[in-house]
Write a protein that binds this ligand. Structure first.
Ligand code: OAD
Length: 265
């Protein structure tokens, strides 16, 4: 890491220490070092395959059974090894550690990969759902996938409201689940600092989270090897891969805490 990046890491740690309520907005970049491709950029999924159409959810609603059958047969023929074999990387563990020591309160993730939870994060809102969960589109009740008996023929029916149960993962054109959106914006209103890690910050409404923090006078810390539309308004930008930068931030926070204790003593 360059000296300049070291200086930025120290500054980020200082901001985290000075802040009263820190949250994080996370994107696909944090899981890149776990082997999951991002969406945009040179090797991004959408760059290679094209962005799905915005009427994906509409198609699902028109014929949920056909959609379900197609998904179940795709899964039966092999699943998706990137996702299935992914494990948390040092950035996920660093975030969980920040929460454990009280330096960060809530993670708002756009990722569906469940890696934050595996790493130990507890306070989390999943803006775009979770691939290991199912959700009723009528009443929003969720289940772990393993809790439901899934057949190849049709999506399950909600035992509470008889609504259609689909994967919790949000489709293109599908409304963001109301509980995730309301909790995320409540957290954003409370925060005076937002760590923005591994997101291109171009997909709304998630990209509103750091803008709310900033509008309320809070500071933004960006962790991303590349520039984003937020970079110019950040208090500090850490230009590097999250798996290297985030453990260094935790380490700097510890060092500064020890230095303060030594001075006080
Ligand atoms: P993007 O693919 O748009 O952006 C990923 C960001 O991660 C880019 O800014 C990269 O520069 C950065 N990046 C790459 N490697 C990194 C690393 N090792 N450490 C840190 N940053 C790194 O992904 P998102 O911003 O998450 O929605 O995209 C938002 C939403 O768009 C996704 O949730 C998905 C997509 O359409 C749905 O599928 C509903």
């Amino acid at each position: 890491m360059t000296t300049d990046l070291d200086g930025c890491i120290s500054k980020a740690a200082r901001i985290l220490r000075e802040s009263r309520y820190v949250i994080s907005l996370i994107g696909a970049g944090i899981s890149a070092e776990s082997g999951i491709p991002t969406f945009r950029g040179p090797d991004g999924l959408w760059t290679r395959l094209g962005e799905p159409s915005n009427n994906q959810y509409q198609h699902f609603l028109e014929d949920p059974k056909a959609w379900w059958r197609q998904r179940m047969s795709a899964q039966a023929s092999g699943g998706n090894s990137h996702w299935d074999n992914a494990k948390p990387n040092p950035a996920h563990y660093a975030l969980a550690e920040l929460e454990r020591i009280g330096a960060m309160r809530h993670v708002i993730t756009q990722n569906i990969d469940n890696l934050h939870q595996v790493a130990g994060t507890r306070g989390i809102s999943e803006f775009h759902g979770n691939r290991f969960k199912m959700r009723c589109i009528g009443c929003n009740r969720r289940w772990d996938r393993a809790e439901l008996e899934l057949t190849a023929e049709a999506p399950p029916e909600c035992p509470d409201c008889h609504g259609i149960v689909k994967s919790d993962t949000v489709m293109f054109g599908e409304p963001i689940p109301p509980d995730a959106i309301s909790r995320s914006f409540e957290e954003a209103e409370k925060a005076d600092c937002c760590l923005v890690i591994g997101t291109s910050a171009v997909v709304y409404p998630a990209a509103n989270v750091p803008l709310i923090v900033r509008r309320n006078g809070g500071r933004l810390i960006e962790v991303n090897p590349l520039e984003t539309p937020l970079s110019d308004v950040c208090a500090v930008v850490l230009r590097g891969p999250a798996g290297e930068v985030m453990p260094a931030v935790v380490e700097a926070l510890r060092r500064q805490g020890n230095e303060t204790a030594a001075t006080a003593g």
